[in-house]
Design a protein around this ligand. Structure first.
Ligand SMILES: NC(=O)c1ccc[n+]([C@@H]2O[C@H](COP(=O)([O-])OP(=O)(O)OC[C@H]3O[C@@H](n4cnc5c(N)ncnc54)[C@H](OP(=O)(O)O)[C@@H]3O)[C@@H](O)[C@H]2O)c1
Length: 300
């Protein structure tokens, strides 16, 4: 089968299409024929060598890309709970691996997957896992709102959009930091205010725009900052509690997010679909910035 990988980190043109043996699922795993794989910033960071620089990558041949996947189960290991033919979405987790979701088939733990509800396309479903799970888990770090105010930076992005929606559902008073052109989206997601230049301070911050120290500066004394870059948590200087979310697979939360997407309670945000062979093109577009919605790679 074909997969998009890197052998050396670098520019988007470092992405190669290779032929590779189709992986076999072990106990508790499933193999998914990929209908769509989402392109996310973590894939750009992997490709450009950010995790090589941290010493997190130890692959002899090549490194796989892609965390977001939806497709059809083609093989189910024992105790997976899934059957061949099931339509699923999954978080294909990890940076130090030979194969990710940018492939014709991928093996994932059953605990990272959930059935895609009827009526939700696999392409749309592939936009959900990474960013919905990250947003939920970032909010879990903050605990119950208890009347606190929340600033979500990058509120119109993949993580930020879900963070606004889930926070509003949980009863937070959410201020969205986004571009003025994002007003309609963040308001529909549940933000009570949109700001483009922050001036106030907030009880809690989810920093999906990675403003780091600047966002800690927007957190009030005794407040709580949650970042999205675990190796680079800004210092709260004893004034602000600072930590970062590190997303983990959670099939129950994924199933809930897929169900909410199927009913329209959560928006579907697809920017473009491209053949797997055009992964480099997708990386170039995402790197240029300003994109709303995901690029999805479709194996032919
Ligand atoms: N730790 C984890 O487990 C985890 C999981 C998922 C993602 N992440 C990380 O989270 C980060 C965000 O991911 P994403 O998928 O949400 O990225 P994204 O879709 O590109 O969203 C980032 C958003 O931030 C906006 N932004 C940046 N600077 C801004 C500013 N000064 N004011 C207003 N808006 C601003 C961008 O707007 P423009 O496009 O207009 O600049 C964009 O809408 C990435 O670094 C990713 O690697 C971490």
């Amino acid at each position: 089968m074909r997969a998009a990988v890197i052998t050396e980190p670098g520019s988007p043109d470092a992405i190669e299409i290779i032929d590779i043996a189709t992986p076999e699922p072990g106990p508790g795993e499933i193999r998914v024929r990929v209908a769509a794989a989402g392109v996310n910033p973590v894939d750009l960071q992997t490709r450009s060598g950010a995790f090589h620089d941290l010493g997190w990558i130890d692959q002899p041949d090549h490194v796989g890309l892609g965390w977001d996947v939806a497709g059809t189960v083609t093989a189910a290991g024992s105790d997976s709970g899934f059957a061949v033919g099931d339509r699923v979405a999954a978080l294909s987790e990890g940076v130090d691996r030979a194969l990710g979701a940018y492939a014709e088939e991928v093996v994932v733990p059953a605990g990272a997957a959930a059935v895609v509800p009827d009526g939700l396309s696999l392409t749309d479903a592939a936009t959900v896992p990474l960013n919905a799970l990250t947003a939920v888990q970032a909010l879990d770090l903050l605990g119950a709102p208890e009347g606190r105010t929340l600033l979500v930076t990058g509120a119109a992005g993949g993580v930020g959009g879900y963070a606004v929606a889930f926070a509003a559902q949980r009863g937070w008073r959410v201020t969205a930091l986004a571009r003025s052109t994002d007003a309609e989206f963040v308001t529909a997601a549940g933000a009570s205010a949109l700001i483009t230049e922050p001036t106030d301070s907030y009880d809690a911050v989810v920093d999906a725009a990675v403003l780091a120290d600047a966002a800690v500066g927007l957190t009030r004394d005794g407040g709580h900052y949650v970042g999205v870059i675990p190796p680079a948590v800004p210092d709260g200087a004893g004034r602000v509690r600072t930590e970062a979310v590190m997303v983990t697979a959670d099939s129950r939360t994924l199933a809930e997010a897929l169900a909410a997407t199927a009913t329209g309670a959560l928006p579907v945000r697809v920017h473009a679909t491209l053949p797997l062979e055009q992964a480099a093109l997708a990386h170039k577009a995402v790197e240029a910035g300003g994109i709303r919605g995901r690029h999805l790679l479709i194996p032919g």
